[in-house]
Every structure is written in structure tokens, then in C-alpha cells.
Design a protein around this ligand. Sequence first.
Ligand SMILES: NC(=O)c1ccc[n+]([C@@H]2O[C@H](COP(=O)([O-])OP(=O)(O)OC[C@H]3O[C@@H](n4cnc5c(N)ncnc54)[C@H](O)[C@@H]3O)[C@@H](O)[C@H]2O)c1
Ligand SMILES: [Zn+2]
Length: 332
Amino acid sequence: MAILVTGGNGFIGSRLVGRLVSEGRDVTVIDKRKAKRLSDANFFLGRVGNKKILEKVLPNIDTIYHEAAIFDSGVRTDNLKSTLDHNIMDTTRMLQTIINNKGFGIKKIILASSMVVYGEGKYKCKKHGIFYPILRTREELERGSWEIRCPKCYNLVVPLPIDENVPVRPGSIYAISKKAQEDLCLRVGEMLDIKVVILRYFNVYGPGINSNHSGVYNSFIKRLSENKPLVVYEDGLISRDFVYVDDIIQANLLVMNRNVSGIFNVGSGERISLIDLAREMNALKGMNLEPFISGKFAIYSPRHCFADISKLKNLGYRPTRLKIGLRNSVMA
Ligand SMILES: NC(=O)c1ccc[n+]([C@@H]2O[C@H](COP(=O)([O-])OP(=O)(O)OC[C@H]3O[C@@H](n4cnc5c(N)ncnc54)[C@H](O)[C@@H]3O)[C@@H](O)[C@H]2O)c1
Ligand SMILES: [Zn+2]
């Protein structure tokens, strides 16, 4: 059984490739960046939409891990075309090649999707019950109106863990592209009788993270290495679900080895505010600088976003505790 990992030179992809190779699997990588990391995978330098490469590689593949995507908040329109071309069009070109060849012998496609598709997620008002708000507008953020309120009584509401049935509401261009990848893979899977698994990763952290990543964890790691106070957005009380990179690998292997398809959240199931995360990371580094609350904000970024991981847990998924994962990565 041969496996293709697209984006196999990235933060998550390279870790996945390393693990698959160590299990003795036959692994091929397509990545547009030259392989920097050592592993025994067959490597093809190029875009995922490259028909020549695909026609050479795909006849021997029965499982595709589609990890290749570029992350861009999508606010800057000069990157709009590039984000969509890499994420949507390259996925389309890959799927078209599969369709043109009647599915080759492919049995399963496992797509790396993201929690960004959920938008603002799920909340509960004491009086009016559960609802799914839209992402906060620029105007609300400029006013510093950080927390979500009930649209009926305007009272503050409680965020709930996001399960896979929460309606999707992508905000940024990147989120739109991840949702499009999901839909394209699902439809083509149905058409050709290929099993499709969508893994919605929450905030992934861990050793080996790409230093260009714009995520909060990465910005904290950089500031820590410069002995500077960590900077938190809004009032610091934004909350997230940080999932250890090896748990992402665990989830990917689980859904490959089981006879499953459909959508699964991959988080830690633990919720933490950014200011608490900053304090924990400071403490691990032995720094006692209080985080700087900047009042800045990022448009299309949800106030609270943490996963209900029961569905994956039912398959046997056991995530690493945040404290332990952080110790491994901050000290690395
Ligand atoms: N890191 C996170 O927190 C996170 C969270 C949710 C989802 N994801 C998803 O997980 C996947 C992997 O993310 P990562 O953090 O490892 O990113 P990364 O940037 O480290 O790796 C992505 C790799 O894909 C390659 N690539 C991108 N577009 C390509 C294309 N069209 N053709 C060929 N190669 C291409 C890049 O060269 C890179 O090596 C992505 O699909 C991302 O959307 C990541
Ligand atoms: Zn209400």
C-alpha cells in the first residue's frame, strides 16, 4: 500500500511522513518547497496541481493525505489569487486528474481542513438557548466590543465546545478555501466511491513549527526567544484549543487504519485563554514578564474556538495534555 502526502515538507506533513516511513510504509511526497528534512520518502518537487507529477505518482497510491495549502489571513487582496490558486485550484487539478483516470486505485483521501471553517462557532444564552453567531464585524472590533452577545436580549453569552454539526461560516479567504477543499473532496469521493475523511485541525503547536507561520503560538515562541514580553490581542481573553502536532499525526493514522469517512475535529478538547497560554509559556521559560495586552485585533478571527472531540475519541483518539505538550515544545 502506497501513500501520497501532499505538502509533505511542511510542519505537519513532514512529521506525518516521518511517522509513516518509520512504520515501513511506502510514502511519496509532493511539495513545492525543496525537501529540507531527511526521510526515506520519494520526493517530487512541484505543485499539487502538476498533472505530469500526478500521472506518474497516482497509479500506485491508495491513500492520499492532502496537507498542502498556504495559510494567509486573506485580508490582503494581493494574496487572494495565490491563496485560491494553491488551495482551491491545485486541489481541483488533482481531483480532475483522478476523475480522468477513473479514480486510479485510490481508496481514501484524508484532507487537512481547519477549525476556521466554523467561524464564530456555538454559544448559549441563558434565556434564549443555543445560537451560532456571525463573526464580529470590523466596526464591533474597533469599538473594543470583544465578547459575543445574544442577538435577542443583548446579554453576554457562554461559548460552547464546537462539534462537527455546528454550521460552517468561513470568514477569511483562507477559510473559504479550506471549505472549498472540503466540498470538492467530498463530492469527488462520492462520485468515484473513494472514502473521504475531513480532519478539522484546531490550533496546532509543537516542535518544528514553520517559523513563517502567523499563528499566535508561533508569535509567542519568537518573542520568548528574544526575551520580550508576549503580546496578546484584544483583552487577552480570546480562547482557543491548542493541539499537539503528534496528536494530529495520531488522528491521521487512526482514520487511515479505520473504515471511516466524514468529518472529525482534531483538537485537544482543552480550552485556554491567550493570556493564560502566554503565562504558561513564560513560566516554562522561567520568564516573569507579564504579557502585554495590546487591544489589537484580527478581522475574521473568532472570539472563542475550542473543539468537542467526542467523535474522534470514540475511535480511540487520546490527546496530549496541554501542559505536557507545551513542556515538550517550549523546551525544544
Ligand atoms: N498549523 C496549523 O495550526 C493548522 C491548523 C488548521 C489546519 N491546518 C492545515 O494543515 C495543513 C498543513 O499545515 P502546516 O501547518 O503543516 O503548513 P506548512 O506551511 O508548514 O506546510 C504546508 C506545505 O505545503 C506546501 N504547499 C502549499 N501549497 C502547495 C501546493 N499547492 N502545491 C505543492 N505544495 C504546496 C508548502 O510548501 C509546505 O511545505 C494545511 O492544509 C493547513 O491548512 C494547519
Ligand atoms: Zn438572549
